[in-house]
Design a protein around this ligand. Structure first.
Ligand code: B16
Ligand code: MG
Length: 215
């Protein structure tokens, strides 16, 4: 079977905003005295902003936080994160990713983004990919974040490609589960690949070229 479309996760696949997420959440966690480290941070990959906060608050010992206080903390994290994102520029698109996207474009395969992030349009614009993808499904157009399959089903629908003909590329275990629950094959990188969560577990995104031509 030939894949008709590739649905890319953004953070951790196309670019590395995950360090900025880590720094911004670390600052918020420190402010409220909640424990936060890289292991907890790995659980936030692909998960929405409010669900990320709920994971951080698992270790918080203090007075119960109202919904309003939680929203304020999430907004605080996002404003710190947005300041860090200002540094992003086209050179933050890694060379192996740029090359892979260009070579895939040459195969005629459709390409979309499937990200939980509400900052997706800003990030794509910053790294020079504002007009590159055939469709963008992100945190602004879904109600349930990964591991729910909604974002990938939305991306497939935008492209008009059946789910079974889509390949998802993910770095998060939650995202790999979302892809599988959408009825799609999944190629993993990073943390998700280390957990063996994909149908393919890659060391480098360039391996995608072999995957889409071998099937
Ligand atoms: P935002 P992805 C996800 O993006 C991140 O991995 C996750 O850590 C973050 O909490 C989520 O986006 C929401 O991001 O606060 O910018 O809306 O990996 O699905 O591209
Ligand atoms: Mg990711």
């Amino acid at each position: 079977m030939q894949f008709e479309a590739i649905l890319f996760d953004l953070d951790g696949v196309i670019c590395y905003t995950d360090e900025y997420h880590y720094q911004a959440w670390k600052a918020v966690a420190d402010e409220i005295g909640a424990p936060f480290d890289r292991t907890i941070n790995n659980r936030l990959r692909g998960v929405s902003r409010m669900e990320s906060l709920a994971i951080i608050l698992e270790g918080y010992i203090g007075p119960e936080l109202s919904e309003e206080e939680r929203l304020r903390l999430a907004e605080r994290k996002n404003s710190l994160y947005r300041v860090l994102l200002q540094q992003m520029q086209p050179s933050d698109l890694p060379e192996n990713v740029r090359e892979t996207l260009q070579r895939l474009r040459g195969t005629g395969i459709r390409m979309a983004i499937g990200s939980s992030s509400k900052n997706t349009p800003f990030i794509l614009e910053s790294i020079g990919l504002g007009d590159f993808f055939d469709a963008v499904a992100d945190g602004n157009c879904i109600t349930r974040s990964k591991p729910d399959p909604e974002v990938f089903l939305k991306a497939a629908e935008m492209l008009g490609v059946p789910a079974e003909n889509c390949l998802v590329v993910e770095d998060a275990v939650s995202g790999a589960e979302a892809g599988h629950r959408a009825g799609m094959k999944v190629a993993c990188l990073g943390d998700a690949a280390a957990h063996g969560a994909g149908d393919w577990n890659m060391k480098d995104i360039q391996e995608l070229l072999e995957i889409v031509t071998e099937v």
